[in-house]
Design a protein around this ligand. Structure first.
Ligand code: ZN
Ligand code: ZN
Length: 288
């Protein structure tokens, strides 16, 4: 029961040495989503699932650090993906449909392989609600240059929110005030606030506090910014240690054990477990 969030890449802007830019795997309710496809994330995705297991791809916006690996995905599907016996162009011999890609208006036109029959493009916008398998998604336009969509994912009794890229004029509250886990961009520290349409670590944590988030994971740090500084600043504003995204880390957001029949689950009883290599901020401080 519940949702799992696995980090395929979390570097802001461009991949650090040996790293990957934004990309996440969300699994739950029998459904597998690839959320953002930054450079390096296609390779990492296949460490966890085969391409055949994907139910959909969701791209938050057109900046290459969030979508460039969809090019490789289109090629992989045209070559038969990872499943022997799959016909070219991503349509399996058993009639498997092409893979849906949800993205803001205008993004598909920037993709070299946008005409690939292995992919079916769908435009999404502010306030749109879609269902992918057993997961419900709702989108929110953020404070970022090109059309950019944060997303909330509900399934199996748990929910998580992803800020995508955003400046501080947007808040996690736009995704609701009951998020079990928020994955929020924290690109730099407070001294750089206003430098770009992004959030500092302080702003990300403040947004999470205001939204009543239960568990905060900060991500999208520029490789030029200190992980330790982001951790310290975000934790101070959050009031307790935050987690920092790290490639390969997985968070499990689980529904509480059912109580007596008819009784509501106790508030705040969601379970969040982190696995993988040192998913806490302190453990990665000073790397890069
Ligand atoms: Zn970005
Ligand atoms: Zn961006």
């Amino acid at each position: 029961m519940g949702l799992t969030l696995t980090v395929l890449g979390c570097d802001g802007g461009y991949p650090a040495p040996g790293g990957a830019a934004s990309g996440y795997l969300v699994r739950g309710a029998g459904t597998t989503l690839w959320l953002d496809a930054g450079p390096g994330t296609l390779a990492n995705l296949q460490r966890h699932v085969s391409l055949d297991e994907l139910d959909a791809v969701v791209l938050s916006h057109e900046h290459p650090d969030h979508r460039s690996d969809v090019e490789g995905l289109a090629v992989a599907l045209s070559l038969g993906g990872s499943r022997p016996g799959t016909a070219p162009c991503g349509v399996a011999v058993d009639g498997r449909p092409s893979l849906p890609v949800y993205a803001p208006a205008g993004l598909a036109g920037q993709v070299y392989h946008d005409g690939s029959p292995g992919l079916t493009w769908h435009e999404v916008a502010e306030g749109d609600r879609i269902r992918v398998g057993g997961l419900d998604l709702v989108f929110s336009r953020t404070d970022h240059g090109p059309p950019t969509l944060a997303v909330r994912v509900d399934g199996d009794g748990a929910c998580l929110g992803y800020s995508a890229d955003s400046g501080p004029a947007w808040s996690l509250e736009a995704l609701g005030t009951d998020l079990d886990l928020a994955l929020c961009e924290a690109t730099y520290c407070a001294r750089d606030e206003g430098r770009s349409q992004h959030m500092s670590a302080r702003q990300a944590a403040t947004s999470a506090v205001e939204a009543g988030v239960r568990h905060l994971v900060v991500t999208h740090r520029w490789p030029t910014v200190s992980a330790e500084e982001v951790f310290e600043e975000a934790s101070e504003a959050w009031g307790r240690p935050v987690d920092q995204a790290r490639m390969g880390a997985t968070w499990e957001v689980g529904a509480p054990a059912p109580g007596p029949v008819g009784s509501p689950p106790p508030p705040g009883s969601m379970i969040v477990r982190a696995t993988g290599d040192d998913p806490t901020g302190r453990a990665i401080g000073g790397r890069l």
